[in-house]
Design a protein around this ligand. Sequence first.
Ligand code: THU
Length: 130
Amino acid sequence: MDYKLLAEKAIKAKSNSLPTYSKFFVGAALLTEDDKIYTGSNIESSSYSLTICAERTAIFKAISEGERKFKAMAVAGDTNDFISPCGACRQVISDLCGEIDIILVNKKGETKVTKTSELLPFAFGDKDLQ
Ligand code: THU
């Protein structure tokens, strides 16, 4: 699977963002092991801390549909620089997606490929709960 398509899906998902308070639009597209794509956008609440990021929307949609194995996720922001997933999303990506490629997309549509362990080195996880 070409990451260009995944990046395009993330950019498209950004248009469904509901950033009522921050006005900061984010879209994500998560690629499963068998090449299905689940998209997500950030959705904000008037009780600000209940807001959910685009990455976690996509992950929870996929998990709730029975998906368990993932290969990559694209995250698109309207930023000049490449968007950087927040700490909470990094933990959830690490826990639920494992070591995947993460494609960061800026507002020009340029991409930078990173991976879970680069975004969250020395991660807490299942192994620590044995
Ligand atoms: N946000 C995301 O959806 N993903 C990120 O990687 C960074 C931040 C959202 C949360 C909130 O709705 C808005 O962007 C501003 O923080």
